[in-house]
Design a protein around this ligand. Structure first.
Ligand SMILES: NC(=O)c1ccc[n+]([C@@H]2O[C@H](COP(=O)([O-])OP(=O)(O)OC[C@H]3O[C@@H](n4cnc5c(N)ncnc54)[C@H](O)[C@@H]3O)[C@@H](O)[C@H]2O)c1
Length: 432
């Protein structure tokens, strides 16, 4: 393993990333920028072609950043797993979704690991980055790789390092977010730590893969539970006739012991609605019944229904029913500034409204069309005063690109679930 450490330090190691999505592509570019010859492997041919053609499909990554590394001969993509033979390090960044029953679905991880096993050789480092329950690296990945006849810690290194990227965040990226890493053996940790030190500002080694796996789940459970709490405070404030947004703004002036979280139409994205259930599944398998995770999930999943109630009540004041009303949604991505609709609560709200007979349309500068869940809608451009033609405008994602002053002025009725119209007053505005 010492040889691999030296090779990494000289930046002569060949790096590979399996899964070139929101996590894998920025990581591959960081390795390439650090001077490593980097190969990206993905089963999606369109992503492979885009990368080799110098085109990006992720908002945080410019075409130019990819083209620069591809033209310099430091970065190439392929869908041929035989490329693993030539690699020294392999990071696995494939999806870890939930099944309908909320059980972990490790299909993608298992399939990537099976491909690695076919080509695994002495002196390689394998790192799992996909979010998963404590124990996955040693209970699922290690035995599958050792079936190739090699031993972890001596023949090859294996570690877990959770990805913490926050797509759309202008301040934090793969490079400046500290990287937690835990290996199966101290040598494994050392090799993985050496790799990340070449391109990440701070590496935080921990004592085991299980600790590293649990760190990520604590972070995401913390967010899910706090969002659940503030959503419940929003429901309570509604019952008490209080403006929850004013309460939060004032509470966050406390310089210690409080961290502001904001209510909304529900949780979205590939992480917060999903990851805590990986932990609760594992806890239940070990005879522990987690309560916070389940309760927060319950409250967060109920938010779309609450939003629809708000819309129904607001239309009622205007002597209208949801059935037959023209309702225009602003923002369907799961959060501002991203072109990602995975688990977006907007779809849940829209489905409920559609079931009630609403005539729906939407605008989102990041999502040109919705072709899922029975929807076939195209994003409409917002022309001057056009919003005045619909019965209700619902703000579900507060993209910076919308002109909120114009929305407040021109819409007959706005239901604002994100406090995007903060400061605006008027009988036509209803807040969460
Ligand atoms: N997106 C985020 O903000 C974020 C943040 C932190 C952690 N994570 C975690 O990182 C992991 C990856 O998430 P993502 O958002 O990048 O997913 P993604 O869907 O954007 O990308 C995953 C990529 O893996 C590819 N893939 C699937 N199976 C494959 C296989 N067997 N071999 C090769 N490629 C395969 C897919 O084609 C896709 O391009 C997940 O575990 C997620 O929970 C995501």
């Amino acid at each position: 393993m010492q040889e691999l450490i030296e090779k990494i330090r000289r930046r002569e190691a060949r790096c590979g990333i399996i899964g070139l999505g929101y996590v894998g592509l920025p990581l591959a570019l960081e390795f390439a920028r650090a001077g490593f010859r980097t190969t990206g492997i993905d089963v999606d041919r369109t992503k492979v072609d885009a990368i080799n053609g110098g085109r990006s499909y992720i908002v945080d990554v410019d075409d130019g950043e990819i083209a620069e590394q591809v033209h310099a001969g430091r970065f190439a993509a392929t869908n041929d797993f035989a490329a693993i033979r030539e690699l020294d390090t392999i990071n696995i960044c494939v999806p870890t979704p939930l099944r309908k029953t909320k059980d972990p679905d490790l299909t993608y991880v298992v399939s990537a690991v099976n491909e690695i096993r076919r080509y695994l050789k002495r002196g390689q480092l394998v790192i799992l980055e996909s979010t998963t329950y404590p124990g996955t690296t040693e209970e699922v990945v290690q035995p599958a790789l050792e079936a190739a006849g090699l031993e972890v810690g001596t023949d090859f290194a294996l570690a877990f390092s959770p990805e913490r990227i926050d797509p759309g965040n202008p301040n934090f990226n793969t490079r400046n977010i500290p990287k937690v890493v835990g290996g199966v053996t101290p040598t494994c940790t050392e090799v993985a730590k050496t790799l990340y030190e070449q391109c990440v500002e701070r590496v935080v080694p921990v004592s085991s893969t299980r600790i590293a796996e649990m760190v990520k789940l604590l972070e995401n459970t913390f967010r899910s539970v706090n969002i659940g709490l503030v959503n419940e405070i929003a429901l309570m404030s509604n019952a008490l006739g209080l403006d929850v947004w004013e309460v939060i703004e004032a509470a966050k002036t406390k310089p210690f012991g409080f961290m502001a979280f904001y209510p909304g139409p529900g949780l979205g994205g590939h992480c917060i609605p999903i990851d805590p259930f990986y932990l609760s599944w594992k806890a239940k398998m070990n005879g522990f019944e987690p309560r916070f995770i389940e309760l927060a999930g319950h409250i967060n999943e109920g938010m779309p229904r609450f939003v629809v109630e708000k819309i129904t009540d607001a239309l009622n004041v205007h002597a209208k029913s949801v059935r037959g009303s023209r309702i225009h949604v602003l923002g369907v991505a799961y959060k501002p500034g991203v072109n990602d609709m995975r688990e977006s609560p907007a779809l849940n709200v829209m489905r409920l409204l559609k079931d009630k007979g609403a005539i729906l349309s939407y605008s989102d500068p990041y999502i040109p069309a919705i072709r899922e869940d029975g929807f076939a809608l195209d994003s409409l451009p917002l022309q001057n005063g056009w919003l005045g033609n619909v019965d209700c405008v619902v703000i579900l994602t507060n993209h910076a690109e919308f002109d909120y002053g114009a929305v407040a002025e021109s819409a007959r009725l706005v239901v604002d679930t994100r406090n995007a119209l903060a400061g605006a007053r008027g009988d036509n505005i209803v807040r969460l």
